[in-house]
Ligand binder design. Structure first.
Ligand SMILES: [Cu+2]
Length: 487
């Protein structure tokens, strides 16, 4: 067994604390929390003194031998250590369709050889398990842990089509195959961007509340997002091949801020080629009155929405709230956009910046914030519109199997070699560059980091946005769409 001492952490420490707690010592080791602190050290020294060992508070081979002689581990329960890379500081794991790595180590085999553990789902929303990084996991997985405590890897992902609706409604457990005893469990959420028109009430309300909190009636960090999407930054983000990657980064940055407020939130998308009566209602994105001011139900989190010092939203609609907006091309037609001769496939698809994207903005009548680049980001609906733009790109990437940034067809050359639109350019404002040709200020600082994945880093390049699921780049960016698979 490995040596543990003050500062050690993990399941073995917890078992040691539990054992000490049953030794009728004057020094109680404290709660079996797996953290070897001052109390545990004092109890260890007393235990060592009592049994004629060197009272140094360090649990090494001699102390372990004494403990085993007194029945430590005698319950026959194997001890393992489990580290899952997708676990957030709140203790919940957040997953999507992309496999994430769980590292398992055998701490005490209790004589089992092979020491086999079984992984299975903990709650209603299933997970899948595999020994290699694959989207084709299985509902349960048996794995033999090496006797020498070297690590074993398991890959865990959500099951496509089975997204969570709330925090912790998914998870996994690890059982000793021989005895059936549960050795560890991990609550999780399969956190997926969904169609806004079909959100459960709870999902909708948590999203609205997180947006309202981020805005804090015009005094919160939302202001930075509003200030990133301004006229001065038009050409950073639009009218060229970097349009899609820039907005993907922008949405990810915003979504990570929302998840800081409420980790169960994922950005919903507005499918602008379908009727969305749930979206255009007073309990979600609101409805305009006769002069175009957006009205919400009493108590709605957006009742005190303020941007640029101005209370409320202006969004007169150009179509009935329960109808499909006219002119916008369908999803099928968007996915079928073809390149012109000599262009990459991506360039053909990127024509969607005009229709459906631009047309979706201008389906709202004159005066609507969402119609113009300089004011669009005042309106929370803008982010749901762009989540759908991004979803269409993701779906196209899946259909065409074009997710490797080094695949020539997956991107395209900038029209004018314009900075910010080439594969290896960093993107404003996250690069914080404020010298020409970039804008003179860079609001919001670097891109929000995630506790769940190192990608894309604080100052992403255009190429970092292409393989969002980490198919070729290893780690995912951390989001997925309900109708876009990984393989
Ligand atoms: Cu834009």
């Amino acid at each position: 067994m490995e040596t543990i001492r003050r500062g050690s952490r993990g399941p073995l420490v917890a078992r040691w604390q539990e054992f000490l707690g049953n030794q009728n010592l004057q020094n109680h080791p404290g709660a079996a929390d797996g953290i070897f602190g001052a109390k545990t050290a004092a109890a260890t020294r007393e235990f060592q003194q009592r049994h004629g060992l060197v009272a140094d508070g360090v649990v090494g081979p001699m102390t372990w031998a004494q403990a085993q002689a007194l029945g430590f581990g005698g319950g026959g329960v194997m001890i393992i250590e489990a580290n899952f890379e997708a676990t957030a500081p709140n203790g919940t794991a957040y997953l999507s369709w992309a496999p994430r790595k769980l590292t398992l180590r055998l701490i005490d085999a209790q004589g089992r050889n092979p020491a086999t553990v079984r992984l299975s789902s903990l709650r209603a929303i299933p997970l899948q398990f595999a020994v290699a990084r694959t989207a084709d996991g299985q509902p349960t997985l048996d794995i033999d842990l090496p006797q020498d405590s070297s690590p074993a890897e398991v890959w865990i992902s959500g099951v496509f089509g089975e997204a969570s609706t709330e925090d912790g409604d998914s998870g996994y457990r690890i059982n000793d195959l021989a005895s059936g005893v549960e050795l560890a469990s991990q609550p999780a959420m399969v956190r997926i961007r969904k169609n806004a028109n079909r959100l459960a009430d709870g999902e909708r309300d948590r999203f609205l509340q997180a947006m309202a909190d981020l805005n804090a009636s015009g005094t919160g960090r939302f202001r930075d997002f509003r200030d990133m999407h301004v006229d001065a930054a038009r050409i950073e983000a639009h009218f060229d091949v970097g349009f899609l990657p820039w907005h993907r980064s922008y949405l990810l940055d915003l979504e990570r801020e929302l998840q800081e407020i409420d980790p169960s939130v994922a950005l919903p998308y507005w499918r602008f080629d379908e009727p969305a009566p749930q979206v255009f209602s007073t309990d979600f994105m609101g409805l305009p009155n006769s002069v175009g001011r957006v009205i919400f139900e009493p108590g709605h989190p957006f009742e005190s929405w303020v941007t640029d010092g101005q209370l409320g939203l202006v969004r007169p609609m150009g179509f009935p709230p329960d109808a499909r907006p006219p002119v916008i091309i369908s999803e099928a037609d968007t996915l079928a956009l073809e390149p012109e001769a000599g262009e990459t496939k991506y360039r053909g698809f990127a024509e969607m910046e005009g229709n459906p994207h631009g047309i979706a903005h201008t389906r709202f009548s004159l005066g609507s914030f969402i119609r113009a680049i300089g004011t669009a980001a005042r309106d929370p609906l803008f982010f749901m519109l762009h989540a759908n733009v991004d979803r269409l790109w993701a779906k196209w990437q899946w259909l065409e199997r074009l997710r490797n940034p080094d695949d020539a067809q997956a991107f395209g050359t900038s029209d004018d070699n314009r900075v910010g639109h080439r594969l290896d350019d960093t993107m404003w404002p996250w690069n914080q560059i404020v010298t020409p040709p970039r804008p003179i200020s860079a609001p919001g600082g670097t891109l929000a980091p995630s506790p769940l994945t190192p990608r894309p880093g604080l100052s992403p390049m255009v190429r970092d946005m292409i393989d969002y699921q980490g198919i070729t780049a290893g780690d995912p960016l951390g989001f997925d769409y309900d109708d876009v698979p990984i393989e």
